[in-house]
Structure formats: C-alpha cells, structure tokens
Design a protein around this ligand. Structure first.
Ligand code: GDP
Length: 321
C-alpha cells in the first residue's frame, strides 16, 4: 500500500513536500521506515530535474545569487527548489546559513520551495537527508534543484557527489583569493562565477581570466565539458541569464543520466562500507576487532592477516547478516 503522503506529494502540494522532507529528517525508527517507503513509492517519478550545487565562502553572495537565479527561473515558468547543506548545523545544531529569511522574495514565489539545512546528526546524515530531500522535490514536480553549501570543510565534496553540476562562487579579488581556494574545490567546479562584478569590473575581468587559465590546467583535453569562468552581479542581476545558459550548455554536453548512475553506485558503496563497519563494531565482532587490532599493533599479525581473520567464515561466531 502506498504511503498516505505519496499522492499529495506527486500532485505537487507544498505542504506534503514539507512533511515528506520532515519525515526523512526524523531519527525515529518508525519514521525512517515510513520515509523509505515513501521514497520507494515516488522514486519512479523523481530524477527529472537538473541538480545544481553551489558553494563559496560566507559573504561571497550565495544567497543573493540563488535568489536572483531562482527568481529568473521561476518567472520563466520553472519550479525551483532550494536546499542547503551546512556542516556547522550538523556540529552545533546552529547554522551559518541561518533560515529562509535570507531569500525573502524567492520564499514567497509560488513556483519556489526553500528548505533550510537539516540540523543535527553527522555530516554523512545531513548528506543523506539532502539526497532524499532532492528526490522528494523532484517527485513534487520541481525541475530545478539548487543545493547550497558553505565553502568550508567536506560538504563541497558531498554536494558535488549528489548534483549534476557544481558551481563555485568567487570574488573579484580572485588573484589573492586563488591562493585561498583549495585546489580540491577548484577541481570539483564545472562553472566558476566571479560575483560582485558590479563592485569592481576591472578586477572581475582579471579574476575571470585567471580562473579560466586555472580551470584549463585542471581539465583533461578530452573532457566532454571544459569548466568555464563567468562574471555576475547577484545584486543587479547582470550575468544571471548567462549563468543559466552555461548550465544548459553543460546539460547538452554531459550525459547527466550516466553521471547520476555513477554517483548512485558510489553512494551505495559508501552506505555499505558504513553499515559493514557498524557490524564489526557491534556485539561479538567488536571484541574480535579489538583483539585483532591489538595483535596488529603488537606485531603478531600483519594488517592484511588480521582483516582476513576478521572476515573468515570459520572464525566468525555469527554469520554476517
Ligand atoms: P553568502 O554568505 O555567500 O550567502 O552571501 P550573501 O548573499 O548573504 O551576501 C553577502 C553580502 O554581499 C550582502 O550584503 C549582499 O547584499 C552582498 N552582495 C551579494 N551579491 C552581491 C553583488 O553581486 N554585488 C554587490 N555589490 N554586493 C553583493
């Protein structure tokens, strides 16, 4: 039997969408089972959006740009969902990114849905809930999903691994900033946007040139997509339509379906690794694990031998589940 939220969610009711996401965020066991049921119900109807990840240091203009882009798209008839991944909320229960009041005009647009970052739980948990929230948004008919993340810590890698393309926002003083942008984050970027170009257009052009050169060095010659650097002003709206044109060009150049399949495969592997690790940390396995680790540290076994023993069916007291 389908979950009671399935029909209202598929018909695009916002309230149902908000409740569905709340269900995925619950840590109660019965809610988790219900959320998985609901996800299974709606999965055939999901997956049809373009998922765009956006990152940049606090103050670069993420919320201003997302609001400008969101309004541009919503006015053009798209249905736009905005989700946030904020690792600070996972650690402290508070959030760097605050709440929905950061995008006041988009919040009230009938074609937009904004959901602040789920708080509590580890970053892995936040990432899982964001994936599930994306699926719910797609099931409710949102064809653009924007996922915002603060440019600190590991959340960029997580968001890049769950979106179709990843946008890095920078400031016009990128020359100095380029040192500060971690190479790893540049490698994730499919598009770089120099925001606040209105504030200093010469510096913005210089930054665009430098970023273009840096991106060229990072990209293999035969890549289906060559990451681009653009300029924009989230405040005046200049460059926002061009940003979306670049997203569309990316979508034509890259096989997004195939990319998502690869992401899902990696995600499955990661969940499996976590689950397997939990099995070995629990019950009788935890004792064996402790003993074998001590033997490795004492030099009685090599790490490889210890892992073989841990996995050996003849040595296990219980079968693996
Ligand atoms: P976030 O922390 O990355 O989400 O940054 P915000 O969107 O909150 O913006 C930080 C500040 O920069 C705010 O005062 C914005 O009004 C301002 N800002 C954002 N985009 C632009 C822009 O394109 N030009 C100018 N001049 N200011 C901007």
């Amino acid at each position: 039997m389908a979950h009671p939220l399935t029909a209202p969610l598929l018909s695009g009711q916002r309230r149902a969408l908000a409740r569905a996401i709340t269900l995925t965020e619950s840590t109660r066991t019965e809610h988790e089972a219900q959320a998985q049921q609901l996800l299974t119900d709606v999965l055939p109807h999901a997956g049809k959006s373009i998922r765009v990840g956006l990152t940049g240091v606090p103050g670069v203009g993420k919320s201003t740009l997302i609001e400008a882009l969101g309004l541009h798209l919503a006015d053009a008839g798209h249905r736009v969902a905005v989700l946030a991944v904020d690792p600070s909320s996972a650690r402290t229960g508070g959030s760097i990114m605050g709440d929905k009041t950061r995008m006041p005009r988009l919040t009230v647009h009938p074609h937009a849905f904004i959901r602040p970052s789920p708080s509590g739980g580890a970053l892995g948990g936040v990432a899982r809930r964001t994936r599930e929230a994306m699926t719910m948004c797609e099931a409710a008919g949102y064809d653009v999903v924007l996922v915002e993340t603060v440019g600190v810590g590991q959340s960029e890698t997580q968001v890049a691994a769950m979106t179709d393309l990843f946008v890095l926002l920078t400031l016009p003083n990128a020359g100095d900033e380029l040192q500060g942008i971690k190479r790893g984050i540049m490698e994730l970027a499919d598009l770089c946007v120099v925001n606040k170009a209105d504030a200093d257009s010469k510096a913005a052009t210089r930054a665009q040139t430098e970023l273009t050169a840096a991106l060229r060095l990072l990209t293999p010659h035969d890549a289906p997509w060559r990451p681009r650097a653009l300029q924009a002003s989230a405040l005046t709206g200049k460059g926002i339509p061009e940003l979306w044109t670049a997203v569309e060009a990316y979508r034509k150049a890259v096989d997004v379906r195939q990319k998502r399949q690869g992401q899902t495969a990696l995600w499955f592997d990661e969940l499996l690794r976590e689950a397997a690790w939990r099995v070995f940390q629990a019950g009788t396995d935890s004792e064996r694990l402790r003993r074998l680790r001590a033997e490795v540290l004492g030099g009685a076994l090599t790490p490889v031998q210890a892992v073989h023993r841990l996995l050996s069916p003849t040595e296990r007291k219980e079968p693996l589940p």
